[in-house]
Design a protein around this ligand. Structure first.
Ligand SMILES: *Cc1c(COP(=O)(O)O)cnc(C)c1O
Length: 417
């Protein structure tokens, strides 16, 4: 095995990776056209309405409601489901903060469930163990684009009247048993922030098959207005979470490539898992897909087993991998409940929604413990999705770099001491 690049050897790869986001000339033209037209606002242009229809259709949903971020999509989605003071909402502990803080923003109480070691998705046994009479909804996250088992989840939640809001911010185009994610529960929330697989810098959307949820979400997003009623007639204390026409035009332009890119990442992701299989110390968190499933890799997660890697730290392993020309990151450094907002119960001067006369339960986030989430936060390495937009040779480079670094780990661990 050749010398590790971090110790002065030749790197496996020096060629750059595809950029993300990768603005094309057609994207520039789409935005420029809106800017020139002066129709920057969704009330005067057609792009936002068209985008909502196109995005909902792609996700096999009746309705799409465009908003300004994934965070506001979650908040509006929860409020449109009727979540509010006194309610509990179950969320996984290994995810982006918005999955849980959106519950606080909707004036309800997030309750953490642990995740599964093989999928990093919400562990349904753990979720079942935290259900109470106050549980109003659950937010399963299709983490890293891997669809949650929506069949089992529905079976568990439907008889108890618990609504499902899918957090699909990392799962544009993901398919579960032949059906696109997003509207498999009551509603779903997507993000179009710059890193996401469909992006416009910022943006979000709610999708649903339910007419009432869609109407409530549209009103909350737009100053409490009701479709068909006068412009200055307001029915709720709504937000202004509207999307601009520039964003919508950009998203429509980029949507033309979403399906092909999702398929390309899927084929490359499965190829990488095959190429990494059998490598000691390195475990792709990429379970064998069920019939009719398609993961929409937003991240490609790999778990390191330090004991099989000469005791090397994750940080050192990543440095060695980067030196070989493979960019990577450690991802979420702690389970959500370990963030100061939860540890300090920093929910505002009166402590609502936890200290609230409508809330009959009690939570102390300092005593929450989700051991699998804790472990994943220590051991997982993420490769970002743009690495999967290459050719089979590029995937082979990733595999060769992992092989080289795992083989050189003993030397590296010794050298560090
Ligand atoms: C990105 C993300 C969000 C939030 O989306 P923003 O557009 O950044 O507000 C929510 N949940 C998950 C799982 C995410 O990855």
């Amino acid at each position: 095995m050749s010398r590790l690049a971090i110790l002065g050897g030749e790197p496996v790869r020096t060629k750059p990776w595809p950029e993300w986001p990768d603005g094309r000339e057609e994207d520039v033209a789409a935005v420029a056209e809106v800017v020139r037209s002066g129709k920057w606002w969704s009330y005067v242009g057609e792009h936002t309405g068209e985008f909502e229809g196109e995005f909902a259709a792609y996700h096999e949903a009746r309705h799409g409601v465009a908003v300004n971020s994934g965070t506001t999509a979650l908040q509006v989605g929860l409020e449109a489901l009727g979540v509010g003071p006194g309610d509990e909402v179950i969320v996984p502990a290994y995810t982006f903060q918005a999955t849980a803080t959106s519950v606080i923003l909707a004036k309800a109480v997030p309750v953490f469930a642990d995740v599964e070691a093989e999928t990093m998705n919400i562990d349904l046994k753990s979720a079942a163990s935290v259900i109470t009479a106050r549980t109003k909804a659950i937010v399963p996250v299709h983490l890293a684009g891997l669809p949650v088992d929506m069949g089992r989840l529905r079976e568990m939640m439907a008889p108890r009247g618990i609504a499902i809001l899918e957090d699909a911010a990392q799962a544009h185009g993901a398919v579960w048993r032949g059906r696109k994610v997003g509207a498999l529960g009551e509603a779903g929330a997507f993000s179009f922030q710059a890193s996401k697989n469909l992006c416009a810098g910022e943006g979000g959307a709610i999708v649903t098959n339910d007419d009432d949820i869609a109407a409530r979400a549209a009103g909350l997003r737009d100053c409490g207005r009701v479709e068909g009623r006068p412009f200055y007639e307001h029915h709720l204390p709504g937000y202004n979470f509207r999307m601009t026409e520039m964003q919508s035009a950009l998203l429509r332009s980029r949507m033309r490539h979403l399906e092909a890119e999702t398929q390309e990442r899927w084929e490359n992701g499965r190829r990488l898992t095959e190429e990494l299989s059998g490598l000691a110390g390195v475990a792709p968190l990429d379970p064998t897909p069920g019939d009719g499933d398609r993961r929409a890799y937003h991240l490609y997660p790999v778990q390191l087993r330090s004991e099989d890697l000469g005791g090397i730290t994750r940080e050192r392993f990543m440095e060695a991998l980067r030196a070989e020309g493979i960019p990577c990151t450690a991802g979420y450094g702690r389970p959500l409940y370990r963030n100061p907002v939860f540890q300090n119960h920093s929910f505002g001067p009166k402590g609502c929604p936890i200290s609230c006369r409508h809330y009959s339960g009690s939570v102390d986030y300092r005593s929450v413990s989700c051991p699998t989430a804790e472990k994943l936060c220590q051991e997982v390495v993420w490769l970002l999705h743009n690495l999967l937009l290459g050719r089979p040779e590029d995937i082979a480079d990733i595999a060769r770099a992992f092989e080289k670094v795992t083989a050189g780990c003993g030397e590296l661990a010794g050298q560090a001491r």
